[in-house]
Design a protein around this ligand. Structure first.
Ligand SMILES: O=C(O)CCC(=O)C(=O)O
Ligand SMILES: [Fe+2]
Length: 253
C-alpha cells in the first residue's frame, strides 16, 4: 500500500489556541507551590477528549513530515513500548502549548537556579531559549509521542539531550484510564543525598498534564537548599493501550 500523504492535524481545526488559553486559567499559585514542594504538579483538563484522540491518532497516521524518528524502547534497554519524536514544524497546537507553557514555567526555573546559588538565566520567551539551544548545537525537536501496549513500561530516566537543559518538562495523558488502559502510572523518584529514595505516583486523567523536574530540583535542608536528583518512568500497563505526549523545552544535539 502506498504511504498516505501527511495529513493536517484535525484537532478542533481553528481552535489550536484553546489549550494555551486553558493553560492561562490554571491555578498557577498552586502549581508553583507544588513544584517547589514535590517537583511535580498536575494541570487538569488541558486537552479535551476530542483533542486527545485527534492527537493520539497521529501516532499511526503521521508520516515522515510529522515524526523524525521512532524508538523501540526494548532495543535500548529503556523498557517496553515505543515512541516517536516529532519533527519541526510541530503540530500547531503542540507548538503553541509548548511556547505558552514555557512562559508559565520560566519563573520557577529561574527561582530554582537562584535557590541553588546559580545566576538565574532562563530568558522570558521560549524563542530566545531555543536560540540558546541552537547556539550550543542542539537543534533537533524533542517533543515526542509514546505508545504503550499491555505489558509495556518505561524505565526510570531523565530527558537530557545535551548541556543546555530546561529544568521542567510536561507529559500529557491522551488515553482514558480505566476505559482505554489499566496500570501504566507515571512514577517519579527523588534520590536524596545519603537517604533512601522517595517515590511518587502521579494520578492523571485523560487530557491532564503533569509538569515535573527533568533531572534535579532544589530541596531545603538544615543548611539551605541542596540539589536532589529526580527520575521518571511508567509502571507496567496491565491492559489496553496508553498514549502520551511529552513536551521537553530544550532541543536535542
Ligand atoms: O508516558 C509517560 O507518562 C512518560 C513519558 C516520558 O517519559 C516523557 O514524556 O518524557
Ligand atoms: Fe521521559
Amino acid at each position: 500500500m502506498a504511504a498516505s500523504p501527511p495529513q493536517p492535524v484535525r484537532v478542533a481545526a481553528g481552535h489550536e489556541d484553546e489549550p494555551a488559553r486553558r493553560l492561562a486559567s490554571q491555578d498557577w499559585f498552586r502549581v508553583d507551590a507544588e513544584l517547589d514542594r514535590d517537583g511535580v504538579s498536575v494541570l487538569p483538563a488541558l486537552l479535551s477528549a476530542a483533542e486527545c484522540s485527534g492527537l493520539a491518532g497521529l501516532y499511526d497516521t503521521g508520516g515522515p513530515r510529522t515524526f523524525r524518528s521512532k524508538v523501540v524502547m526494548a532495543r535500548h534497554g529503556f523498557g517496553l513500548g515505543e515512541y516517536k519524536y516529532f519533527d519541526y514544524p510541530l503540530p500547531e497546537m503542540l507548538s503553541r502549548l509548548r511556547t505558552a507553557l514555557y512562559g508559565h514555567l520560566v519563573a520557577t526555573a529561574n527561582r530554582w537556579d537562584a535557590m541553588l546559588g546559580l545566576e538565574p538565566s532562563f530568558p522570558p520567551s521560549h524563542a530566545e531559549y531555543l536560540q540558546r539551544c541552537h547556539a550550543a548545537g542542539q537543534t533537533r525537536a524533542t517533543p515526542l509521542m509514546l505508545r504503550y501496549a499491555a505489558g509495556d513500561f518505561n524505565c526510570l530516566h531523565q530527558d537530557l539531550y545535551g548541556a543546555v537543559a530546561f529544568p521542567l518538562q510536561a507529559v500529557i495523558l491522551l488515553s482514558a484510564p480505566e476505559d482505554e488502559f489499566e496500570g501504566g502510572e507515571l512514577v517519579l523518584t527523588e534520590q536524596r543525598p545519603r537517604m533512601q529514595s522517595r517515590p511518587q505516583v502521579v494520578p492523571l486523567g485523560q487530557g491532564d498534564a503533569a509538569v515535573f523536574a527533568v533531572s534535579h530540583r532544589p530541596v531545603k535542608g538544615s543548611r539551605g537548599f541542596h540539589r536532589v536528583n529526580m527520575r521518571h518512568g511508567v509502571s507496567r500497563i496491565r491492559s489496553g493501550t496508553r498514549t502520551t505526549v511529552g513536551l521537553i523545552f530544550h532541543d536535542a544535539a
